[in-house]
Design a protein around this ligand. Sequence first.
Ligand code: PGA
Length: 242
Amino acid sequence: MAKECVIAGNWKMYKTSAEAVEFIEAFSPKVKGCKNKIFLSVPFTAIEAAAKAAEGTNIVIGAQNMHDAQEGAFTGEIAGRMLVAAGAKFVILGHSERRHVFGETSQFINRKLKRALDEGLRPILCVGETYEERESGRTEEVLTQQIKESIGRLRSLKDLIVAYEPVWAIGTGHTATPEIAQQQHAFIRKLVGDRPILYGGSVKPDNAGELLAQPDVDGLLVGGASLKPETFGEIVCTYSTT
Ligand code: PGA
């Protein structure tokens, strides 16, 4: 029997709310009946419209980031409770673009994780090493540190999803080989137990199947290839139909 996977799309800073609705209208018939869990992480401004458009479908809408405070004087930030009110069910936290472009630390991500769980949002925690860290043999040290610091002192890990996203594979076309993905997922498994572990980094329709076939790959986090209903639909249905 095929395993049930979580296939999550991460739209990053792409699509207005009208474009999000257009996408969902084209995408939902393609994935109707697919057994995989389908998550779509859309820009803040598209959450409400996307959640409405996805009502009655098997698509779950979420966000890409949030602040750790319940509310407050944080110009330009967004609170978890605002995401929930807009219709988000999950949130990506600690994406490498947040860590490396915006300087987010694992301590900050840890506080966000706590807040997300308190607000009832399912967190997808992203971890991953840079090319230099891999080349210098520090991959497992980096993953251990990121995970331990990000999940430290959480009351429950029950709803946690982890995404292994090697930074060198994100948006570069250099997907990790299925062997590398399996090796790192097995390592992460030792730290987070039976929580779902997704792979992310240049996932495309032609490599999704071999990645999902690895025993410790429980799903995928897809950036660029989630922007078109055709390609994302193909990825979502690849494994569940086997
Ligand atoms: P990519 O992005 O699929 O475009 O490499 C993945 C991600 O950043 O989540």
